[in-house]
Design a protein around this ligand. Structure first.
Ligand code: FAD
Length: 384
C-alpha cells in the first residue's frame, strides 16, 4: 500500500541529501529511496568554481560515494537512474517502463544550464560546469591549456574567470551586458570587480554576443556580433541556469519560473514537494545553498508529520572572486528605492534604500565586506 511505500526523493544534490539528513534525525525508521541520474557522489557544488585555485580533481571534491551515503543514512539510492514520468493520481514515478510507488515524493532535481545558440562546428569544445561530472570533463579538457573563452559575466562566469586565473589559465569573458554581474551589482561595485579581475589578466568583451565558434588547428576561434575575433583553447559557457520543469509540466504540476510550491514546499499536488534549484517558493527562485538548507530543515519536519512552513531571513550571497571579494543582498525585484554608493577603488559599499530610508539591499566589495554583519540586521527577511 502507499503508506508502506518509501518517501521517494528525486536528485542527490545538496537539496536531496540535506533533506534526507534532516529527515533521518527526526525519523530513523522511515523508508527512503533516492533516485538520481548521476553517480550519487556527495559533493559541495560551490567548490566547482574554486577547483583550479585549490587544485582539486573531481575525485577529490567527492566527499562520499553513493554507497557510503546509502549506508550512512540507511536509505536506498538508485544511481544513474533517470525518472521519466510522474503519475500523481497513482502516486507512482516511472523509470522508463518501471513504476515505483511513493508515499510522498520530493522533487530535488535542480536546474539545467541554458545553452547558447551560435553557428560553427566547435560544439565539442564548449563546456559548462553544473555538476561534478561536468567539472571532471572540463578539467581534463583544460589540462595544460592557457586560454579559455568564458561566455557570461554573471556569478559563475566571474567566479571561473578568477579561479582559472589563479590556476594559471587566462580568460576572455564575453557577455551581452554593459557590466559584470548584471542584476546583482550596481555599476560602481561591478566596476570594482571587473577591475580586480582585469588585474589578474582577465579580458572583458562586454556588449557583443558570441555569434560563431569554429575549430582551428589547436583550439577555437569565436566571432562576436561586433566582428571581433577571439582565439582560445576551449569555451566555457556560463550564461545561466533554469529550473528543470519538463517532468513537472508533464505531470500537471503548476510551474512558473520554477516548480511552484507553497510555504510548506508542497507543489500543486498533494504529497509532492519540491526544494532546491528546481523550486519557486512564493514567487522566488533562489539558486543558492542557504535557502535549500533552510528548506530542507522545514520540509523534513513536515515529512515527519509536523507541518512546518519555511521562512527565510536575509540571505546575502558571497561571490567567490577573491581578488575583490563580494557580498550582495540584491533588493527584491520591483521594490522602490535607489542605490547610494560610498567608497572608492575596489572598496565599494552600495546600499539600496527605500524613499523612506529603509535598507532593502546592499552590495559590498573589497574591504567593505565585513560590514555585512551590521547591514544584515537592518535588512528585511526574504520570506517573512
Ligand atoms: P543539483 O545539485 O543540480 O542536483 C540535482 C540532482 O537531480 C542531481 O543529482 C541530478 O542527477 C538529479 N536529477 C535531475 N534530473 C533527474 C531525473 N529526471 N531523474 C533522476 N535524477 C535527476 N550557491 C551558493 O549559495 N554559494 C556559492 O558559492 C555557489 N557557488 C556555485 C558555483 C557553481 C559553479 C555552481 C554551478 C553553483 C553554485 N551555487 C552556489 C549554487 C548551488 O550550488 C546550488 O543552488 C545547489 O547546489 C543546488 O542543489 P540542488 O540539489 O537543488 O541541485
Amino acid at each position: 500500500t502507499h503508506t508502506d511505500a518509501p518517501i521517494v526523493v528525486i536528485g542527490s544534490g545538496l537539496a536531496g541529501y540535506n533533506l534526507v539528513k534532516e529527515l533521518r534525525k527526526l525519523n530513523p525508521e522511515q523508508a527512503i529511496l533516492i533516485i538520481t541520474a548521476d553517480d550519487g557522489a556527495n559533493y559541495s557544488k560551490p567548490m566547482l568554481s574554486t577547483g583550479f585555485t585549490k587544485d582539486k580533481t573531481a575525485e577529490q571534491l567527492a566527499m562520499a560515494s553513493a554507497a557510503d551515503m546509502a549506508e550512512q543514512l540507511n536509505i536506498v539510492i538508485r544511481t544513474h537512474t533517470r525518472v521519466t514520468n510522474i503519475d500523481p493520481a497513482m502516486k507512482k514515478v516511472f523509470i522508463g517502463e518501471e513504476p515505483v510507488v511513493y508515499s510522498k515524493l520530493v522533487l530535488a532535481w535542480g536546474a539545467d544550464v541554458v545553452h547558447a545558440r551560435f553557428e560553427g562546428d566547435a560544439a565539442q569544445r564548449i563546456f559548462s560546469v553544473n555538476d561534478l561530472h561536468d567539472y571532471a570533463r572540463f578539467r581534463r579538457a583544460a589540462y595544460g591549456k592557457q586560454r579559455v573563452l568564458i561566455m557570461g559575466a554573471g556569478l559563475i562566469g566571474c567566479e571561473f574567470a578568477n579561479d582559472l586565473a589563479n590556476g594559471g589559465i587566462q580568460s576572455d569573458v564575453v557577455a551581452p551586458c554593459d557590466q559584470v554581474l548584471p542584476g546583482l551589482l550596481p555599476a560602481a561595485a561591478a566596476t570594482a570587480v571587473q577591475t580586480g579581475l582585469e588585474s589578474l589578466g582577465v579580458r572583458f568583451h562586454l556588449g557583443p554576443l558570441v555569434s560563431r565558434i569554429e575549430t582551428t588547428e589547436d583550439g577555437v576561434r569565436a566571432t562576436l556580433s561586433n566582428g571581433e575575433q577571439i582565439e582560445a583553447d576551449l569555451v566555457l559557457s556560463a550564461i545561466g541556469l533554469r529550473p528543470r520543469l519538463d517532468l513537472a509540466v508533464k505531470a500537471g504540476l503548476k510551474v512558473n519560473r520554477g516548480i511552484c510550491v507553497d510555504r510548506t514546499l508542497q507543489t500543486s499536488e498533494a504529497d509532492i514537494y519540491a526544494l532546491g534549484d528546481c523550486a519557486e517558493i512564493d514567487g522566488q527562485v533562489l539558486l543558492y545553498v542557504l535557502p535549500l538548507m533552510t528548506s530542507a530543515r522545514a520540509l523534513a519536519k513536515t515529512l515527519a508529520g509536523q507541518t512546518t512552513p519555511v521562512s527565510f531571513g536575509p540571505m546575502p550571497v558571497t561571490i567567490k572572486t577573491p581578488v575583490v571579494p563580494v557580498v550582495v543582498a540584491p533588493p527584491q525585484s520591483g521594490v522602490e528605492g535607489a542605490w547610494q554608493i560610498d567608497g572608492q577603488g575596489s572598496d565599494i559599499q552600495a546600499e539600496f534604500r527605500a524613499p523612506g530610508g529603509e535598507l532593502l539591499g546592499y552590495a559590498l566589495t573589497g574591504g567593505t565586506v565585513s560590514n555585512k554583519v551590521a547591514l544584515n540586521k537592518e535588512l528585511p527577511p526574504l520570506l517573512p
